[in-house]
Design a protein around this ligand. Structure first.
Ligand code: SMG
Ligand code: MG
Length: 366
């Protein structure tokens, strides 16, 4: 496949409601889109880096910078998605930027060959159950009202964001209000330390599916220690940046579940490797989310359709995030989202919407 040029495009997408986590509050997504142009097709990739380096060291201005200065210039004009990985390998880190570029190339490649991303990755189903990630709220009644709304819409699993001062009481309240049948889990985004183990053990009786990333992103060993002191299964998010990290976490006993986010691990090819590894070791995986627009969501749904994704993911409907999505909106049907089945990621941005929200574009000719 011959690349004729690559566009870096920034779009501003206001969220329908602020999303608060242990590290900050998002009110608008400043999204970087990568568009790869070839003679036969165009491909899209959405960079999941946030505006500030709080979830991880990456942030959107840095992703745009590394793409324009290093990653795009390193690509051969003739390449495919595997070639992207080889060409970008010498550059350390910046996995979210790399993932966006690799995904755009993969999308163009699959559109050219007429294959859907879901089929290419090995999807086993054509729809996936939808979970929802619920931010930190000002009060427990406000939280119960939000969760009620999501359950009324049909969401199959609820994840509560927790932080010191907003953990036991809200989680217990949700469990008591909605009963033992609710699939419930929590996500700390690295807000605790191992000295909090006795406190986190108080979540054990609440029968949670998992606790996500309780401790620092770079401390697998302490997660392994924590796993010996609580019964709630530990799921890692920020700590797993590669299949190699997943292998280390499995060997150490640092987690029994992995949240797979293609952006965090450098792309869909590495995401599939982690899926394969986890599956071979009997670990469940599920597909995380980074408040993606329809572009990133479409590709995540293809991944979430793989057979090892045995838990509902954070792939929610478009309206949970945006009043107007960049693509035709993803909607819940009986608590599920359909996996796009047409070539590539299976969706295109709506030109008028895209123009409306674009804040800058940059064309890099090959
Ligand atoms: O896309 O629904 C979504 C967000 C899911 O909670 C979510 N993501 O740590 O898993 C996580 C967070 C990271 C993004 S927070 C701004
Ligand atoms: Mg998380």
């Amino acid at each position: 496949m011959r690349i004729t040029g690559i566009e870096l495009r920034r779009v501003a997408m206001p969220l329908v409601t602020p999303f608060r986590t242990s590290f900050g509050t998002e009110t608008e997504r400043d999204v970087l889109l990568v568009r790869v142009v070839t003679p036969d097709a165009e491909g899209w990739g959405e960079c999941v880096a946030m505006s500030d380096p709080l979830y991880s060291p990456e942030y959107v201005d840095a992703a745009a910078d590394v793409l324009r200065r290093f990653l795009v210039p390193a690509l051969p004009a003739h390449t495919d998605a595997h070639g992207v990985g080889r060409a970008l390998h010498p550059f350390k880190g910046h996995r979210m930027a790399k993932a966006a570029l690799e995904t755009a190339v993969l999308d163009a490649q699959l559109r050219t060959s007429g294959q859907s991303l879901a089929t290419y990755l090995g999807a086993a189903v054509d729809r996936v159950p939808a979970g929802v990630s619920v931010g930190i709220m000002n009060s427990v009644p406000e939280l119960l009202e939000a969760v009620t709304g999501y359950l009324d819409e049909g969401y199959r699993r609820v994840k509560l964001k927790i932080a010191p001062g907003w953990d036991l009481a809200p989680t217990r309240a949700v469990r008591e209000h909605f009963g033992p049948g609710l699939l419930l889990q929590v996500d700390a985004n690295a807000a605790y330390t191992l000295t909090d183990a006795p406190h986190l053990a108080k979540l054990d009786p609440l029968d949670l599916l998992l606790i996500e990333q309780p401790l620092a992103h770079d401390d697998l060993l302490q997660h392994a220690r924590l796993a010996e002191r609580i019964t709630t299964p530990i799921c890692l998010d920020e700590s797993i940046e590669s299949a190699q990290d997943a292998a280390a976490a499995i060997t150490l006993g640092a987690c029994s579940i992995v949240n797979i986010k293609p952006g965090r691990v450098g792309g869909y090819l590495e995401a599939r490797r982690i899926h394969d590894l986890a599956r071979a070791h009997g670990l469940a995986v599920w597909c995380g989310g980074m408040l993606e627009t329809g572009i990133g969501r479409a590709a995540n749904l293809a991944l979430a359709a793989l057979p090892g994704f045995t838990l509902p993911g954070d792939t929610s409907a478009s309206r949970r995030y945006y009043t107007t999505d960049l693509t035709p909106p993803f909607e819940l049907h009986d608590g599920h989202l359909n996996v796009p089945a047409t070539p590539g990621i299976g969706v295109d941005p709506i030109p008028a919407v895209l123009d409306e929200v674009t804040t800058s574009t940059e064309w890099i000719p090959f």
